[in-house]
Design a protein around this ligand. Structure first.
Ligand code: LMR
Length: 401
């Protein structure tokens, strides 16, 4: 029956983890998937998460189905985290929000909702490059994917002129996907001033902004600073779509907890949008899992746990920054590796877009057992005091060929 099914390629990101697992060398390093590791290279369960879980265990909640759009307290608190406690549409009751299977699920619900209900366009513009899963998510949602310029190879920075020109040239009312903070894979974000210009262009061209905020807190260590772009757009009167993930900032990867929201004109419109979100979700997975939402809500709804969590997010961001500093010093000062490595320090969030070529990343995997995505992106969180020297020496060897 399946003889005509062709073998598909491994996933560009999760396939790296599979290759890493299969490697038996003790020096191996996985810098592929964006999952935080502590200073000893181990997965990290936040103390605030453990405390929230202890409270859940004590309360023995029932195992009934959640509503189709998830745990109401969680979605309310997730929206407040993103839009801010003083958000106008939030206080007006005009934000439709649903729990989602983490950020991917949020993007997929959003893509499906827009494909069905956005009346003006079926075209979504993604930055070049973007997270590897964006294109398949939106394509499979029924949208047509196009691109706008984002990364400038020559400066290893933002191609702001290219970005502006491409958004200005896009057909009016197209959908545009914006990484709210800690752009994946480049680690390069627009400045607040640049965001304001982008917001003006989006307004002029009547584009529809869809924010992917998978790293709130990870870019700067502050959840409100990282929400600048979303909050600025909303303050300028834009209606936005927003995908949120709690995988990174709460370390809840496998719990699959996130949220999708749309700002609407008023509570009546919100109620209609809510009803259609349910109609999109019900045939996909009926209703979302409960445990992750209980944990995230436990943190978001308890002031003491919330402050503890914020400090832990900052701790993760700071450890990554210290690894950036170390790696930069090793490559540019100690080893004098050919090339300019300043971007390792200036990029933000979980990733560094190293500029290593596909050939070099292949050599790193085959010769040094060091794994990263083929585009040269490394998850900085995979580096620690125990492996950073070996990593820097391996990169040096790969660059010197
Ligand atoms: C990544 O980019 O590594 C993460 O967002 C994990 C994933 O699902 O790809």
């Amino acid at each position: 029956t399946w003889s005509a099914v062709p073998a598909g390629p491994p996933d560009p990101i999760l396939g790296v983890s599979e290759a890493f697992k299969a490697d038996k060398d003790s020096r191996k390093i996985n810098l592929g998937v964006g999952a935080y590791r502590d200073g000893a290279g181990k997965p990290y369960v936040l103390t605030s998460v453990k405390k929230a879980e202890d409270l859940i265990a004590t309360n023995h909640p029932d195992k009934e189905y959640l509503p189709i759009t998830g745990l109401p307290e969680f979605t309310k608190n997730a929206a407040r985290l993103a839009y801010g406690a003083d958000s106008v549409p939030l206080s007006q009751g005009a934000i439709a929000v649903t729990q989602s299977i983490s950020g991917t699920g949020a993007l997929r619900i959003g893509g499906a909702f827009l494909a069905r209900h956005y009346p003006h366009s079926k075209v979504i513009y993604l930055p070049t490059p973007s997270w590897g899963n964006h294109t398949p998510i939106f394509r499979d949602s029924g949208l047509e994917v196009r691109n706008y310029r984002y990364f400038d190879k020559s400066t290893v920075g933002l191609d702001f002129e290219g970005l502006k020109a491409d958004l200005k040239a896009a057909p009016e009312q197209s959908i545009v996907l914006l990484h709210a903070c800690a752009h994946n894979p480049t680690g390069i974000d627009p400045t607040p001033e640049q965001w304001k210009e982008i917001s003006d262009i989006v307004q002029e061209k009547k584009l529809f902004p869809f924010f992917d905020m998978a790293y709130q807190g990870f870019a700067s260590g502050s959840t409100s600073r990282d929400a600048f772009a979303v909050r600025h757009f909303v303050s300028q009167g834009h209606q936005v779509a927003l995908a949120q993930s709690f995988a990174k900032n709460m370390g809840l990867y496998g719990e699959r907890v996130g949220a999708f929201s749309l700002t609407t004109a008023d509570p009546a419109e919100k109620a209609r949008v809510d009803s259609q979100l349910k109609i999109v979700i019900r045939p996909m997975y009926s209703n979302p899992p409960m445990h992750g939402a209980l944990i995230a809500n436990g943190i978001l709804s308890d002031p003491a746990l919330y402050s503890e969590w914020e400090a832990e997010v900052k701790g993760m961001a700071d450890r990554i920054i210290s690894m950036r500093e170390k790696l930069y010093n090793m490559l540019s000062k100690d080893l004098k590796t050919p090339g300019e490595w300043g971007h390792i320090k200036s990029q933000i969030g979980m990733f560094s877009f190293t500029g290593l070529t596909q050939l070099q990343t292949k050599a790193l995997a085959e010769k040094a057992h060091v794994y990263m995505t083929a585009d040269g992106r490394i998850s900085m969180a995979g580096l620690n005091a125990g492996n950073i020297e070996y990593f820097a020496e391996s990169v040096d060897a790969a660059v010197k060929g």
